[in-house]
Design a protein around this ligand. Structure first.
Ligand code: NDP
Length: 263
């Protein structure tokens, strides 16, 4: 299937690791030029060098930008406008989960989490909307979590914030129609930088990565029996964000190996 991405321009926030990194690569493979951001300059340079080698330096723009800071996001949007003067796809992916119960979540933690989950959507959408509005195939894809629909007590503020984000996206899919489509993915457990950090911090250091991941999948009762791979998520994201899904807006696609317990 032709996704219609050849010559298109995409932005991926949090494009230096895990799911975002996989999205950047799939978009490049499908013929889009990609601007990506993250906060860590060293990681940005490394990713830019690897992809320049594989796909040509001219097809990638890598910029430091903290998506919770409006000045950073405005500067990133300005850089994309100067670079290509257009934008077709915005993938809002940057972020990470917070493990905490209500008991262990301070007011400061609540504010930081709401800041990360909401403003990582609000700021890029506001900054890139004028460019997106000029495209004949504009779409926004938000990377969200199944926690939005199926909250976990040990991730209480992440779950609550994720639910609010889904509500926001539904409103935007109506407000921005018919010019810009707005969709989301609801992720289960996907092997990425986040899980790599949790593996490094495991209690039993004698456990191998494979054994640790297998036990994790078992303990979470994932019907497909394993965590997802970033590339498996990226292909679904790129399809939903691409012109190939032109009649889909306001939709949320679960990518979780079947872990949800609701209909
Ligand atoms: P990774 O830790 O592998 O990658 C996160 C990316 O986001 C990095 O590029 C990181 O770069 C960037 N990032 C984080 N915070 C900011 C910020 N404030 N501004 C700009 N960039 C930022 O994680 P994943 O690939 O797992 O996560 C991708 C998305 O998927 C996140 O929103 C996450 O919450 C969501 N998700 C993931 C799940 C999973 O199981 N993996 C499950 C549910 C949702 P840097 O640190 O340099 O800024």
């Amino acid at each position: 299937m032709d996704l219609g991405l050849n010559g298109r321009v995409a932005v991926v926030t949090g494009g230096t690791s895990g799911i975002g990194l996989a999205c950047v690569e799939v978009l490049l493979q499908e013929g889009a030029d990609v601007a990506l951001c993250g906060r860590d300059e060293a990681r940005l340079s490394k990713v830019a060098a690897v992809f320049a080698e594989r796909y040509g330096a001219g097809r990638l723009l890598a910029r430091a930008c903290d998506v919770t800071k409006s000045q950073d996001v405005a500067a990133f949007a300005g850089a994309v406008e100067a670079w290509r003067g257009r934008l077709d796809l915005l993938v809002n992916n940057a972020g990470q989960g917070r493990v905490s119960t209500f008991q262990t979540t301070s007011d400061e933690d609540w504010r930081a989490e709401l800041d990360l989950k909401f403003f990582s959507q609000v700021l890029p959408i506001r900054a890139f909307k004028p460019l997106l509005a000029q495209s004949d195939a504009a779409s926004i894809l938000a990377v969200n979590s199944l926690l939005a629909m199926q909250p976990e007590a040990h991730m209480v503020c992440t779950s609550a914030a994720r639910a609010g984000v889904q509500n926001l996206l539904k409103s935007l899919s109506v407000e921005f129609a018919p010019t810009i489509r707005v969709n989301s993915v609801l992720l289960g457990l996907i092997e990425s930088g986040q899980w790599e950090r949790r593996f490094e911090a495991r209690a039993d250091k004698s456990q191998s990565r494979d054994v640790w991941l297998a036990e994790l999948a078992k303990s979470k009762h994932i019907p497909l029996g394993r965590l997802g791979k970033p590339d498996e998520v990226a292909r679904a994201i790129v399809f939903l964000a691409s012109p190939a899904s032109a009649y889909v807006t306001g939709a949320a696609l679960e990518i979780s190996g079947g872990v949800s317990r609701f209909i």
